[in-house]
Design a protein around this ligand. Sequence first.
Ligand SMILES: Nc1ncnc2c1ncn2[C@@H]1O[C@H](COP(=O)(O)OP(=O)(O)O)[C@@H](O)[C@H]1O
Ligand SMILES: [Mg+2]
Length: 261
Amino acid sequence: MDERSKRPHAALLQLRNVQMQFGGVTALKGISYDVPSGIVQAVIGPNGAGKTTLFHCISGLLTPTAGEILFRGLPIGGLPPHRIAGLGISRTFQHVALFKSMTVLENVMIGRHPRTFSGFWSAGLRFPRMRREERRILEEAGHYLEFVGLSGERDLPAGALPLGKQKILEIARALATQPTLLLLDEPAGGLNMRETEELGELILRICETGITVTLVEHDMNLVMEISHRILVIHYGEHLATGTPEEIKDHPAVIEAYLGGG
Ligand SMILES: Nc1ncnc2c1ncn2[C@@H]1O[C@H](COP(=O)(O)OP(=O)(O)O)[C@@H](O)[C@H]1O
Ligand SMILES: [Mg+2]
């Protein structure tokens, strides 16, 4: 049976009339949408549609000017990013945001314990409990690197990796926070065809571990290949929702992309 026909569970994330205004620009004009649990969910739309803004609202970098965002039934709109991360939402950025001079492994360790990391390394006196904790974080970070296929590069500075691998490293770091919901903003941007294929396989493997993945992506082949559901936004408005098959033939979507409307 087609993987994609698997039945979605209850809504993990609920967007209720989410609006975001920047002065005179209304980037989101009232998006309502439920993200079911356990699936790969794509958000597509032309440049400037409001996709990144939507991710910023969900992850707490922006507070919606109106509307509600519920995560597992809890209102999270306006909570600071670290609280939202603590509840189980993790993300990557459209433009890679890594600590380039730190090693690949250290970048993932930061994901595991963003607040205590510097404490571990600066502490002159290390208690056994801390050493144990440190070892555990190290092992876990190693596990995530293995999962994404970057074990061989663990001791290199993150900045020495080619862009494709930096983007995968960002995913590993996001996974290390053990999210329930993972938001990926244009993960295939700048990747070649082979890297994009591998990324698609990785995203499906992440989904199989029970993590719900929401991705903003321009690569339509990738979107159509791996998504169970697609949300289309256009000029900050909800344009369509459906399976890849439904979206592919949706007149309003074809119009938005091809008709210049
Ligand atoms: N911080 C900001 N201040 C003002 N306008 C913004 C800001 N961030 C985004 N915008 C505007 O909001 C709209 C949506 O942007 P964005 O969410 O980045 O689109 P997308 O990710 O779909 O390409 C654009 O018109 C953009 O110029
Ligand atoms: Mg964007």
